[in-house]
Design a protein around this ligand. Structure first.
Ligand SMILES: [Zn+2]
Length: 372
């Protein structure tokens, strides 16, 4: 009875009534979460039905929040369903979140994901993170009082266009059923205060291998959102931050004349994935230095590479050989570019970095490598 009363009092906001939001909403509603908010600006499309099980063929063309509300009220007439037929953005997010205790993020794009994170951190509301692509899913719990946030894990978004959307890459329909149900479980545990929550842990589900793995995600004291001295004190333009326009399409590259050297200091020298693969096959290969965080390294790294997280590299580089070419790598090529410039400034002469990072390596050279 006590638990049921807690559920009745809880107010949970579902960001997105799509693949992840559908099973999460159904189980939260069925469990008796007293107030469910649903935010989604889209209408139901026939291509959604393969995985977005809140909606049926009779709902085609209806706003997803309306379709979702009808289904949830039918499932459990004792709960309140509040609808927000908007795209969450910097102007409305803090207001929308203000009425809720917990957020379940079922968004399918990076701008919304970073927006949800920052808004939850600023509001002090935890959120259950879920993400899916093709056969892979991720689940965690972020922005709890002592736990990490999404930016502790992914400081910056991947370059626009590098990670395909679910619509482009496809999703195995039952996969969001698993991940969204896990999100509902974590939300219910948080509300009830039972069990071991996922704060500080990222669960990885591989549907093809039928396996779950877990990596530890510590809170980053230098996190720009939830760190000890946060620099994100208000919401920003997340489309711009992620390099996409309002439709999610990549913005054109910043308008820099390639023939003119406009940036001060040393320029990063780059190798692409194929070039690095050729160099590694030679008799005297360069040393690959992986500047990612420990949890990223644990999930997967190149053989014979050396691990030197960016934070340690900034403190010193005594362990690095000066008589061997170095190729710095990270996930998408931003941290490695900065690290390469740092080392050149420190007198290392033969330093390159992998353009596009290990994600490009996965795409072009070795798809079996796990890069988070
Ligand atoms: Zn953080």
């Amino acid at each position: 009875m006590e638990g049921q009363a807690r559920l009745k009092e809880a107010r949970v906001l579902l960001v997105g009534a799509g693949g992840l939001g559908s099973p999460a909403a159904l189980y939260l509603g069925a469990a008796g979460v007293g107030t469910l908010g649903v935010v989604d600006a889209d209408a139901v499309d026939a291509t959604n039905l393969q995985r977005q099980i809140l909606h049926g063929s009779a709902d085609l063309g209806r706003p997803k929040v309306v379709s979702a509300a009808d289904r949830l009220r039918d499932l459990n007439p004792h709960i309140e369903v509040w609808t927000h037929a908007v795209r969450l953005d910097r102007d409305n997010a803090l207001d929308v979140l203000a009425d809720y205790d917990l957020v379940v993020d079922g968004s399918d794009n990076f701008p919304t994901r970073y927006l949800v994170n920052d808004a939850c951190v600023l509001r002090g509301i935890p959120f259950v993170y879920g993400a899916i692509l093709r056969w892979d899913g991720q689940v965690s719990l972020f922005a709890t009082p002592d736990g990490p946030c999404y930016r502790c894990l992914f400081r910056e978004p991947p370059p626009a266009g590098l990670v395909p959307s679910c619509a482009d890459a496809g999703v195995f329909g039952a996969l969001p059923g698993v991940v969204g149900s896990m999100q509902a479980i974590e939300a219910l545990k948080w509300i009830l205060g039972v069990g071991e929550g996922l704060a500080g842990r990222l669960l990885l589900f591989d549907a093809l291998a039928a396996s779950w793995r877990e990596v530890t995600v510590p809170r980053a004291t230098d996190c720009p959102a939830c760190g000890d001295a946060p620099t994100i004190t208000e919401l920003i333009d997340y489309d711009w931050f992620c390099g996409v326009d309002a439709d999610g399409l990549p913005l054109a590259d910043p308008d820099i004349d390639a023939d003119t050297d406009v940036s001060p200091g040393p320029l990063p020298r780059e190798v692409d994935a194929a070039d690095l693969a050729r160099r590694l096959a030679r008799a005297e290969p360069p040393l690959v230095v992986d500047v990612r965080e420990g949890w990223e390294w644990e999930a997967g790294h190149l053989g014979d590479s050396m691990h030197l997280p960016l934070g340690e590299l900034a403190d010193g580089h005594d362990g690095l050989p000066r008589d061997r070419p170095l190729v710095l790598v990270c996930s998408v090529g931003a941290r490695s570019a900065g690290a390469a410039a740092h080392l050149r400034a420190a007198g290392f002469n033969d330093v390159a970095h992998l353009r596009g990072g290990l994600m490009t390596w996965v795409r072009e050279i070795d798809s079996s490598l796990t890069v988070l």
